[in-house]
Each structure stands twice: as structure tokens, then as C-alpha cells.
Ligand binder design. Structure first.
Ligand code: TZP
Ligand code: MG
Length: 434
């Protein structure tokens, strides 16, 4: 499921539709921009429910709008719906997931903060925060969350969320400003004289009031803050900045970096092969080649300057880092592959820029190293890459985002380990240490 699918989530109610055909109302709502539909039948016989569900699935298919069945996993299976929505006293999540498999959408209603937190333990696809306001459409609800409650629920939850209960043209803007992903609407669409116009208006309000989503790179940088702080606090970085790093330590680092870069070049080209857009692929290949050539030339210069001996085996840190990158690439998912190769560029660039600010370059035997990673062309290349990754992340599923986070944070940890090993020459279990 895509997060955007939750923006305008229509929940049906046949009694409220009166004489009007619910299928007609749904079609009009989708024409007006409804992004997801839940078929909610509280009194229907199973036979009627299944027939209506099959008809609705067929009607929604051309629009690519997901159909969710309220409560009934059997009906969802019968009509091959896109998922189910369950409440706290319906089929337990784990059983529903077992019956439906990993690919179907499962939404869960949460009626208080405890349930919001409990849902974090489950791999539900979204939560329905219920109700925000009290409503005459459903009277057996829990106490309303209100706007403050909703904002808190959104903060506490690791899942996408949709707000339900009293959602209409008057309430939608304030609700969206709480950071939820969408509104689930019954009466404001089902009872509207023109469901298409009502949906169009509601979606307009939703899109205009939703805060701009945080970019992935911004979010992951915040998550990596502590680790990045540890990196720039490393004695290796401090010593290279003022030129006092011993040649022995630098040689140990460069020897491993030479080994690392051989594999890294392969990783970069493997990622390039996964890029579907030809122009982007060429740009990326050029960036990779420029970067690798620049590093090679800088390495050669410093190796000669220090008369270094490089004939050493790969350290555990180096091999482990390369393996982690490879497993990111082997997911076959381009944004995850990008996230896996990213620390080696982004962290180096940030560290390079940081060192340039504090460094003593004159007479510093490592000045070429510092300048390599803090230079303008490299910085621009990294910035462009971050934009590309953000574009992919914006379209990515929750599962992909989780893999991206892990790939990036893992790589960032290995960057820490790499410099620490260069300095101390000790193999440590960094997963354990950090
Ligand atoms: N669950 C919680 S409130 C509600 C449901 C199904 C009804 C919302 O209806 P309305 O008319 O959009 O307030
Ligand atoms: Mg229910």
C-alpha cells in the first residue's frame, strides 16, 4: 500500500445511502478523487456481501483504487480484495495476516493511545485513529481523540494513519495538519447530493493542508545524528584534520581502503545497472567514475609520499562492510541499493566538509585526502544523488523504507568502524559496541 492511498478513504454505509445505489456513489466518489474504498456492511447476509464486494472490486479496478473489506477476512478472500480493515474485537491481526498472506493490506482501528502503541508491535499496513470527533454515523465509539490526541497518536505510531469520525469539509484541514496521512469519510460523501463534487472538494482540502512530507534523507540524517557525532569525534578524524595522524595509522587505513574500493567500484556499477532511466544511469556512472578516479589518484600520491606498504589481507571490518553493501544491492530494490552505497559518499562528504572547516591544511600531509571529500564537485554530486534517492523514497513502500533505513545506518556504523580500525588496528564487534 502506498501512503498516499490513505488521503481520501471512503467508508461505505448502505443504510445512509437510502434509495441510492452504493456502487454508484462509490464510482462517483472515485471519479472525484477518493483514493481508497472500504466496503462496510454491518447487516448484510454473507451472500449479498460477497456479491457486492465482487461488483465493487470490478468497478474499482480500472481506477487502481484499492478495495478494503470491513471485518470479514472470508469476504476479502472471496472477492480478492486488496485487504481488510479490522477493529479491536474482530479477527486478531496475526490470524488475519496468516489467512491473507504478506501482500494484502491490513488496517487496524485504534481507539486509545495504548492501542496505538500496541499496534507498533504488529505489521499492520495502517491504523485508523477512531474516532477523532463523535459522530452520529457510529454511536458505539470510544472517547474521541480530538486534534491533540490525533497529533500524539501520529507521533507515537510507526504506521501510516487515517483519521475517522466527523471528517468533512469543515474539519479536514485541521485534522490533516496533525500529520495524519488522510481522512476516512462516511457521511460527508455518502450523504452528499453530489458525491463526486464532495470528494473533489475533500481531496483538495486534504492535499492543501497536509504538511510537506519529510524527505527520507532528512529523516535518516536525524536518525544518524548520534553516530555521525561519534564519527567526527573519532581521534582519526581529529588527527587527520590537524595533520598529527601517524603514518602507521594512516597506512593501515589506506591499505584497507584500497581493498574496500575495489569492491566498491563493482557495487557502484551494479547499482548503475539497476537504474531504469538511461540519462540518470549515465550521470550516475560518470559520478562514480569521477569519484573513483579522484580517490585512486589521491591514494597513489599519498602512498608514494609515505612510501607505504600495502600488501595486507582484508580486515574483518572491510569484508563485513562490503558484504553489508552487497546484501543491500542484492535486495534488487533500487532505493535500498542506493541507501547501501550512500554512507561511503554522504558521510565522507560531510566529514570532508567538517574537516575543511577545522583543518590546518598548510603543511598537513593529508591535505589531498581532506580536499578530495570536501571539494565542490563531490559535494554537488552527493547533493544530486540525495535528491534522486528522495524521489525514489517518496514512492517507496513501508517495507522498502525500513530496508533503506537499515542499509544506511548499517553502512554509517561501518564507516565509524573503518576509521576506528585504521586508528587502533583492533578488530571489534562494532554491532555490539555501538
Ligand atoms: N468508525 C469510527 S467513526 C465511524 C466509523 C466507521 C463513522 C464515521 O462516519 P462519519 O459520517 O464520517 O463521521
Ligand atoms: Mg469491525
Amino acid at each position: 500500500m502506498r501512503r498516499e492511498d490513505l488521503r481520501l478513504y471512503l467508508v461505505t454505509d448502505r443504510p445512509l445511502a437510502g434509495d441510492r445505489d452504493i456502487l454508484d456513489i462509490v464510482k462517483q466518489a472515485v471519479e472525484g478523487g477518493a483514493t481508497m474504498v472500504q466496503l462496510r456492511e454491518k447487516d448484510a447476509d454473507t451472500r449479498d456481501f460477497v456479491e457486492l464486494a465482487i461488483a465493487m472490486k470490478k468497478a474499482l479496478e480500472p481506477y487502481g483504487v484499492p478495495l478494503i473489506i470491513n471485518d470479514r477476512v472470508d469476504v476479502a478472500l472471496a472477492c480478492d480484495a486488496d485487504g481488510v480493515h479490522i477493529g479491536q474485537s474482530d479477527m486478531p491481526y496475526a490470524i488475519a495476516r496468516k489467512l491473507l498472506g504478506p501482500d494484502k493490506i491490513i488496517g487496524l482501528s485504534v481507539e486509545n493511545m495504548e492501542q496505538v502503541v500496541e499496534a507498533n508491535e504488529l505489521d499492520v499496513d495502517y491504523i485508523g485513529v477512531s474516532p477523532i470527533y463523535s459522530t452520529t454515523t457510529k454511536t458505539d465509539t470510544a472517547a474521541p481523540f480530538g486534534l491533540e490526541g490525533l497529533a500524539q497518536a501520529v507521533k507515537l505510531s510507526r504506521h501510516p494513519s487515517v483519521a475517522i469520525g466527523g471528517m468533512n469539509q469543515k474539519t479536514a484541514a485541521d485534522v490533516m495538519r496533525c500529520g495524519t496521512d488522510g481522512i476516512a469519510v462516511v457521511s460527508a460523501i455518502v450523504c452528499a447530493p453530489d458525491p463526486c463534487a464532495a470528494s473533489r472538494e475533500l481531496l483538495g482540502i486534504v492535499d492543501a493542508s497536509a504538511p510537506a512530507p519529510q524527505r527520507w534523507t532528512e529523516r535518516i540524517w536525524a536518525k544518524a545524528q548520534k553516530l555521525y557525532g561519534d564519527i567526527i569525534g573519532l581521534p582519526f578524524i581529529k588527527d587527520i584534520a590537524d595533520g598529527s595522524l601517524t603514518a602507521e595509522r594512516f597506512s593501515r587505513y589506506i591499505a584497507q581502503d584500497e581493498i574496500y574500493l575495489r569492491d566498491y567500484a563493482d557495487h557502484m556499477f551494479a547499482v548503475a545497472d539497476m537504474i531504469p532511466d538511461e540519462d540518470l544511469k549515465q550521470t550516475f556512472v560518470q559520478f562514480a567514475k569521477d569519484g573513483l578516479e579522484g580517490e585512486k589518484a589521491m591514494h597513489e600520491l599519498l602512498i608514494e609520499r609515505f612510501g607505504m606498504e600495502l600488501d595486507v589481507p582484508s580486515s574483518f571490518v572491510t569484508s563485513s562492510y562490503n558484504h553489508r553493501i552487497m546484501s543491500g544491492i542484492n535486495t534488487g530494490v533500487l532505493p535500498v541499493a542506493f541507501a547501501a552505497i550512500l554512507p561511503c559518499m554522504w558521510i565522507y562528504n560531510e566529514v570532508g566538509l567538517h574537516i575543511l572547516k577545522i583543518a590546518r591544511l598548510e603543511g598537513n600531509p593529508y591535505r589531498e585526502w581532506i580536499q578530495e571529500y570536501g571539494n565542490e564537485a563531490f559535494t554537488k554530486g552527493v547533493e544530486d544523488l540525495l535528491k534522486v534517492i528522495d524521489k525514489y523514497a517518496a514512492e517507496a513502500s513501508e517495507k522498502t523504507l525500513i530496508q533503506m533505513d537499515k542499509a544506511f545506518l548499517d553502512g554509517t556504523l561501518m564507516e565509524y568502524a573503518f576509521w576506528d580500525y585504521g586508528y587502533n588496528g583492533e578488530e571489534k564487534n562494532y554491532d555490539y559496541i555501538k
